[in-house]
Ligand binder design. Structure first.
Ligand SMILES: NC(=O)c1ccc[n+]([C@@H]2O[C@H](COP(=O)([O-])OP(=O)(O)OC[C@H]3O[C@@H](n4cnc5c(N)ncnc54)[C@H](O)[C@@H]3O)[C@@H](O)[C@H]2O)c1
Ligand SMILES: O=c1ccn([C@@H]2O[C@H](COP(=O)(O)OP(=O)(O)O[C@H]3O[C@H](CO)[C@@H](O)[C@H](O)[C@H]3O)[C@@H](O)[C@H]2O)c(=O)[nH]1
Length: 460
């Protein structure tokens, strides 16, 4: 299904891809493209491997020479189910290659995807230096008639800026924001809710949409500025939903309601939906924090005070402080010298990404008040500032005055709680993901405190 404001474009795309009217050989010729992907991080590697799995010929480029040599050897450093297998299959089929040389990567490319980092820059705006520098480098080396696709999350106007830096009349620029989540990147890429393609050149938009035709996903065509805005609008909406639910959880604690029941009751309303309604220690990750800040900057650049997004960010910081308040209360009012066991460091379960993890933000606040932190995460082994990272959960809880669960890893549900109780100094386990079985902890003599429900001890 393709949708677009212009009937003309809709009809043309449907004609191009009506398989009932096209021979198998023609379909193969139409669908198989020579693609270059610049940047092999979460988005770039997933894009490259998935496009190769759809039959395209893909060359991925990255400035990180070590990463490229590891990828050539089939070694994927990020935790993404199915990605290592897909990379191996693409390489074995001769459809997926890696290089550290941009010129080689794009030598015969018909379409070039930019999957470059756009981190939070000065004042919160997106730092576009990687995208701009690659656009400059591509100017001299792109084959005639290539389409350059920006998959990175970038503010409105970046496609135009990239086009200006490329300075090539024959090269069209398309915005194709990516919506995959870490931890389910391959699944999300291959089964997207929608594909957004934005360009001021309808022909270029069609060429890019055609690359994904096999996915059969709703494809929404629009102008470049709108496509760039979709990504920020979507991520800010998700962040807003989470801050809202965290604020509702706080109210539930105070009025004696249970947030699980409340969100359950809300979520059956199809206009709201059940997803993204779980309270937690604040939202984080490599995207929502930087994209909400970038949205505030985008608004300010046109004289708008986007108070709703600012409140979303403030509520998130407040949530992290609320977790610290609860831990402080649990250890008698002061964190100085208290030993706190931390379960989970990644920004959510299923990933080993620590970028903007709320767990690290909470840990930093706890350490700032003088707590001694011992942390365990099943996927994190590296040493971290301000805490001792240990290899097993039982070492993390040993002698702890309180334990705080910050990432909802499934294995934490099945810990031997009697053993935990025997090792801890105190009895409180603060479950900031509402993830643990309260009865199991109670039977072990521990007190589990979750978010969004008046605690039994305080009731009354
Ligand atoms: N991570 C996600 O879940 C996700 C999802 C959707 C969109 N996005 C967006 O996609 C973009 C990329 O995000 P990511 O998480 O994949 O980033 P990442 O940090 O995981 O990967 C970026 C890669 O680009 C490489 N790189 C940097 N400069 C380069 C250059 N000049 N030439 C070639 N390679 C270069 C880096 O070495 C790295 O391998 C960002 O704009 C992000 O906001 C990310
Ligand atoms: O009910 C929920 C859902 C999520 N989170 C937290 O919210 C944060 C973000 O989670 P998620 O959105 O799953 O992570 P990302 O992989 O960063 O994905 C987001 O950011 C990507 C990069 O832009 C987008 O492509 C995705 O669509 C968007 O979901 C994490 O800290 C989660 O723990 C909650 O606290 N409660």
């Amino acid at each position: 299904m393709y949708t677009q404001g212009t009937t003309h474009l809709t009809l043309r795309i449907q004609l191009v891809f009506d398989p009932r009217q096209t021979s198998a050989a023609t379909v193969t010729r139409m669908f198989v493209r020579r693609i270059a992907v610049v940047g092999t991080g979460y988005v770039g590697l997933t894009t490259g491997a998935c496009l190769a799995s759809l039959g395209h010929r893909v060359v991925c480029a990255d400035v990180d020479v070590l990463k490229v040599s590891r990828l050539r050897a089939g070694q994927v450093d990020i935790l993404e189910p199915g990605l290592t297998e897909l990379v191996g299959e693409g390489q074995a089929a001769g459809r997926l290659h890696f290089t550290a040389d941009l010129t080689t990567a794009v030598a015969d490319a018909e379409v070039v995807f930019l999957c470059l980092p756009t981190p939070m820059g000065a004042g919160g705006a997106a730092d576009l230096s990687a995208v701009e520098s690659v656009a400059r480098d591509l100017r001299e080396v792109l084959p005639y008639g290539t389409v350059v696709v920006c998959k990175s999350t970038v503010p409105v106007g970046t496609s135009q800026r990239v086009a200006a830096l490329l300075g090539r009349e024959d090269v069209a620029v398309v915005s194709n924001p990516e919506f995959l989540r870490e931890g389910s990147a391959v699944r999300d890429f291959l089964h997207p809710d929608r594909i957004v393609v934005g360009s001021d050149s309808p022909q270029a938009a069609e060429r890019v949409a055609a690359l994904f035709a096999k996915l059969g996903a709703p494809t929404v065509l629009m102008d470049a500025a709108s496509a760039e805005m979709v990504k920020y609008a979507a991520n800010c909406f998700l962040a807003m939903k989470l801050s809202y639910v965290n604020a509702v959880a706080e109210l539930c604690e105070l009025v004696g309601a249970d947030v699980s029941s409340v969100t359950d009751g809300m979520g059956y309303d199809r206009r709201i939906g059940q997803s993204f309604l779980k309270p937690g220690p604040g939202w984080g990750g490599s995207c929502l924090p930087k994209d909400t800040h970038a949205m505030v900057q985008i608004a300010e650049s046109v004289g708008v005070d986007f108070a709703l997004v600012k409140a979303t960010i403030d509520t998130n910081h407040r949530q992290q402080r609320r977790v610290v308040d609860k831990v402080r209360d649990a250890v008698g009012g002061t964190l100085a010298g208290a030993r706190i066991g931390i379960l989970g460091l990644a920004f959510k379960a299923g990933t080993n990404d620590l970028r903007d993890s709320p767990a690290l933000a909470v840990a930093e606040l706890l350490a700032f008040e003088g707590a001694e932190l011992v942390a365990h995460d099943p996927e994190i082994r590296e040493p971290l500032v301000g805490m001792t990272v240990v290899d097993d959960p039982y070492s993390a809880v040993r002698d702890a005055d309180a334990v705080v669960l910050l990432t909802e890893w499934p294995e934490f549900r099945t810990l031997d709680w009697a053993r935990v109780a025997g090792l801890m100094n105190g009895v409180l386990v603060l479950d900031t993901r509402n993830h643990l079985d309260e009865d199991a902890l109670r039977r072990a003599g521990l007190v589990r405190e979750g978010l969004g429900r008046k605690q039994p001890a305080a009731a009354g």
